[in-house]
Design a binder for this molecule. Sequence first.
Ligand code: NOJ
Length: 547
Amino acid sequence: MEKTQPWWKTAVVYQIYPRSFQDSNGDGIGDIPGIISRLDYLQFLGIQAIWLCPVYQSPNTDNGYDISNYEAILSDFGTMKDMEKLIRLAKQKGIRIIMDLVLNHTSDQHHWFVEAQKSKENPYRDYYVWADPINNHAPNQLGSIFGGRAWKYDRITNQYYLHLFSEQQPDLNWENQKMRTKIYQMINFWIQKGVGGFRLDVIDLIGKKPLKMITGNGPKLHNYLKEMNRSVFAEKDLMTVGEAGSATVEDAKKYSGPDRNELSMVFQFEHLAIDQQLGKEKWDLAPLNLEKLKQVFVKWQVELAGSGWNSLFWNNHDQPRIVSRWGNDKQYRVVSAKMLAILLHMMQGTPYIYQGEEIGMTNRPITDISEADDIETINMYQQRLNEGYSKQAILASINAKGRDNARTPIQWNDELNAGFTTGKPWLAVNQNYQVINIAAELANENSIFYTYQKLIKLRKSNPILSQGNFKLLEDTKTEVFAYYRQLENAKWLVVCNFSDQINEFNLTDDVEKVIISDYSDLSLAEMGKNISLQLRPYEAFVVAVKA
Ligand code: NOJ
């Protein structure tokens, strides 16, 4: 058993999407003073770190993922003084702030790009990726992740620039040493402010070779990460998590292997790609295949153990709400949200809770595209209309997968605008706030909130969760997802009924103690060895068993 582990191996991280968390000044946009006012709540939940989505100066084409100044705070969110106060007050409560670093691209309004656009000779020109036209056309067919081509023609200099996301997000050229040095200086600026670490946006793209059609996992990707580590992270007690959409287990070992000196851990998305048609886009919906889900989790749990570190998440600001996606957001909302939490939080890795997940917030369906805010959603809508899809089909995809589902304001209470703002919220509040809100959760000891609170506590005090090995129980019904964790003489059995139907489970272990369950009336007395349990809809429990 590892004696001293880095803090982030037993931590749970809470993700804040600042626009939607808490408004303090009535402008309808969440802000940093709003976050400060809710630190007590987060401390009560028990988390050790906050991943804060971008709060830097930005024209907000992609809600902050288009940064125009990395060392300034967007005035909608407050001031640098507010940010410093947040870092300081959070630290006093044992909460570290993880900043979101967007290093693959900037905003087209960043002064580097404003300069770069002026002429081919400009000293900043090479900070970005430029290419000559070929036969009066874009250099190649490379597509943007937000739709259309990834090349934008610039009339003044008769060249194209690369934008893997929107036209307003030109890609940085990581081949340029000067640019990299500036980026490292900027990261150090934040380290000196006392932040606890960084989440690195689409970091798998920085090694791109666009003229060779290579975007993810480019040849120098890991050289850059090693250089970054040497220049800024080394010897500091920081947590770093790289978003690597395309990462396989082998890639994850490279990013996060203990001797690799790159990052602490990765965000990989294999488990969230299961409900889309193979080889198609996320909008092309497919039903959840539970066998496949198990296979993916087992692969990551078993193969990464000891040679890298994973993050555990169902949600973020780019994903729909998990209780609507794979749980049941009607009759079984509470119990299915708890089951999903238990299933994930008993695994090895660092769990992330996306704001509102801890109270089972749901998707927010729309009936017209005018209700959407997200650039990805709006671009896709237009593109698919042009391609002949019906409005109804496109809206069905948006309601299942659109990013706005996760971005509606946090529902604090049943008062005006769910207590998020006294003004007009930038994105409409989900109408179910009178039933689903934090005040109601806190008042009910059987709420989803308290399940999350307990899961966070369990991780902190039980090394079996961070260090134990993982083994799937293979001999179960498909709908039953059950596994063991074991560390020396301690052995836990996790059983989850991933279904709204009753399912049978044969208990073959000697049960010693109930650790957690989602139905409050589960009792040890019912848990004899070799009995067949009738698991109720979405029933989940964890028990300590004889090793
Ligand atoms: C991933 C972020 O999570 C997403 O919100 C953003 O649109 C893209 N990267 C581009 O920065």
